[in-house]
Write a protein that binds this ligand. Structure first.
Ligand code: GBH
Length: 617
């Protein structure tokens, strides 16, 4: 048992970085947890199949595979015959005549009433105060990788290198959003979506990448058309300036994020974005997930650009990234914010850490360190002025901020943006581990149980309770700042193998969102988390990085077998639409003005003061 367990935890301490590696993933996927003493095997979060369900103790049900498919929607939803007939009819209509979409208003009332209720903690009042939206990123959806003067990013290069992406997939065409954005905006509008998080491709806007190079008119034209179309549809964009697609030229020139020169090139690029597109954007994100960029890209090298520089590489990358972020914010606040009236942040990611043994003090301590090493690493400098003490004390490769840099970085976000997906188990480091290692990450507890039902990617488990814990953690640590959840979603187990029309019956995805949103609403209601916005990931089934098109996070399916990449909304899209998107306010506003995050609030007051002084003149 011991040996098997060690293998199946799949945790590897890699060049000083605590990660579950993709090599470990191979093992994890083939070795489903074998429960020895801990009762029945746990059901998996599955997209089809059907028949008997089981309860996992949260009162939420999941179906077990092996029984005929048709019964599944019926069982999971507990539908009346008429209602399930109505859903069947809806799916048939969507499929049969290739109608792209029915607006929620057009969907049979019986279908909507047959869908599960929203979680009870998400009262109607709460749902009307929070901005609910969806997210995407440029490389994952746009395609047109070399159209109209766009140059290669590190992900173009990575995807074009044999063996890097499952099935040899690339983002060359992706969902062809570059040519289909009008249709996608119609889809969003029909679903009542009012908030949309997207990203700009650096190499489309500025093909030569660095300082002094030209802005592509074709790039400006595309994003202007897209943003104007969103505005016309009443959809508020939240624009990420960097979602992993660094110009290849900057990687070649000086190693990208590893060189301090990166800071000036990034600032030059965002200046162009603010100048050219800022009149259409009120919400900016400088970087998406430094953790993924720096650990996976420059630490262990499993994501583009594939640099294996260990923890030293990871921390150096993060340091330059934070400085680039802070300089970009300084530029925005000094040159654009007053006129354009927008706000800006940096998107942080991290898994929640659940002590592998509930009663172990050492595991609890390790779990706390686990969250600090992901979220605290980036968020502490932004809110508290330096890296977490636990990191400064133990991580040799961690750069130091000068006093001037600290002042620049601290307070450089107008709200806290967090992507949240899952919890992992965490244990105290094994005896004899180096002093630099404060925790050990594991995908199973001592009994071989995962932290929640599995999904179609090895790292994501259905752990709805962790949403509330993570939100409460950041809220407490950073003094109740305004928080946005900028990503959350799931690819359903075995969804990858389904024909598009079968994939539309994604009742298990509804249950996933139902659980996480329950946790989120409780965090607001019971823990006083000042949450203003939530974005489901993702609008479309899209290019899921090294997974290629296999893992499907979309609310809307994309038929990759049909030429034309036809879009079909899944049931979960209708559920979110009916209960959330349609209730969202048009503006993203902090829930409780009196506690609207120190920085943002002070800054707005400052701006208001400036404006008043202006008026008097
Ligand atoms: C986010 O990453 C991204 O922002 C988004 O683009 C993406 O589509 C979405 O979530 C879903 O993945 O062990 O090497 O395979 C989430 C963070 C980073 C977590 C990659 C899983 C797997 C690393 N993810 N990680 S590896």
């Amino acid at each position: 048992m011991n040996r098997r367990h060690r293998q199946s935890t799949g945790k590897t301490f890699y060049k000083g970085i605590n990660v579950v590696t993709s090599r470990a993933r191979e093992r994890l996927v083939v070795q489903a947890p074998v429960s020895s003493s801990s009762g029945p095997p746990r059901p998996r979060l599955s997209s089809s199949g059907g028949g008997k369900g089981s309860s996992d103790g949260t009162g939420r049900r999941h179906h077990i595979r092996g029984l005929p498919r048709g019964a599944c929607a019926l069982w999971v939803l507990g539908l009346t015959g008429t209602a399930s007939l109505a859903i069947g009819l809806l799916l048939l209509m969507i499929g049969a005549d290739h109608r792209l979409l029915m607006a929620t208003d057009e969907v049979d009332a019986r279908v909507l009433s047959a869908l599960p209720d929203p979680p009870s903690a998400c009262t109607s009042d709460l749902r009307q105060r929070i901005a609910w939206g969806v997210g995407t990123s440029a490389y994952q959806i746009e395609g047109a990788w070399n159209a109209d003067g766009k140059s290669a990013s590190i992900w173009d290069t990575w995807a074009h290198s044999p063996g890097k992406i499952q099935n040899g997939d690339t983002g060359d065409v992706a969902t062809d959003h570059y040519h289909k954005f009008e249709e996608d905006i119609k889809t969003m509008a029909a679903l009542g979506i009012k908030h949309y998080r997207m990203s700009i491709s650096w190499t489309r806007l500025m093909p030569d990448g660095g300082r002094g190079t030209h802005v592509s008119r074709a790039g400006v034209k595309f994003y202007t058309a897209l943003l104007a179309e969103l505005q016309a549809a009443g959809i508020t964009p939240v624009v990420t300036l960097y979602h992993w697609d660094l110009p290849q030229s900057l990687q070649d020139l000086y190693g990208g994020f590893m060189d301090p020169q990166f800071v000036d090139d990034y600032v030059y690029y965002v200046d162009a974005a603010f100048r050219e597109l800022g009149h259409l954007v009120r919400h900016w994100i400088t970087f998406n997930e430094p953790m993924s960029i720096c650990q996976l890209g420059y630490g262990i090298g499993v994501f583009a650009p594939g640099v294996e520089a260990g923890s030293t590489g990871q921390y150096k990358c993060g340091h330059h990234l934070l400085l680039a972020h802070a300089r970009a914010v300084q530029l925005y606040r000094g040159k654009y914010q007053k006129e354009q009236g927008g706000r800006i942040s940096l998107t942080i990611s991290g898994h929640w850490g659940r002590p592998a043994s509930e009663n172990s003090e050492a595991d609890a301590k390790a779990a706390e360190a686990y969250v600090e090493f992901q979220v605290g690493w980036l968020a502490d400098p932004l809110f508290l002025g330096d890296y977490p003490k636990a990191m400064r004390d133990t991580q040799k490769g961690l750069p130091k901020f000068t006093a001037e840099q600290k002042a620049l970085v601290m307070g450089s976000v107008d709200f806290l943006s967090l992507n949240f997906y899952t919890a992992h188990f965490v244990k105290a480091p094994p005896p004899g581990a180096p002093k630099t290692q404060l925790y050990e990450e594991a995908l199973h507890d001592a009994q071989g149980n995962p932290p929640g039902n599995s999904s179609d990617v090895f790292w994501l488990f259905d752990t709805p309770w962790a949403m509330r814990k993570m939100l409460a953690w950041v809220s407490k640590r950073y003094g109740r700042p305004e928080v946005w959840v900028t990503e959350n979603g799931v690819p359903l187990r075995d969804e990858a193998g389904l024909a598009v029309l079968d994939a539309l019956k994604d009742t298990a995805r509804i249950e996933f969102y139902r659980g996480y949103l329950d946790g989120l609403c409780r965090a607001v209601r019971d823990d006083g988390v000042n949450l203003s916005a939530y974005f489901a990931w993702s609008l479309l089934d899209n290019f899921e990085w090294t997974e290629g098109y296999r893992a499907r996070f979309g609310l809307v399916a994309v038929d990759r077998r049909a030429r034309g990449l036809t879009r079909f909304p899944k049931l979960s899209a209708y559920w979110l639409s009916h209960h959330f998107f349609k209730h969202a306010p048009a503006e993203i506003a902090c829930l409780e003005i009196k506690s609207c995050g120190g920085q943002a609030h002070q800054h707005r007051r400052h701006l208001a003061g400036l404006a008043a002084a202006d008026d008097e003149r």
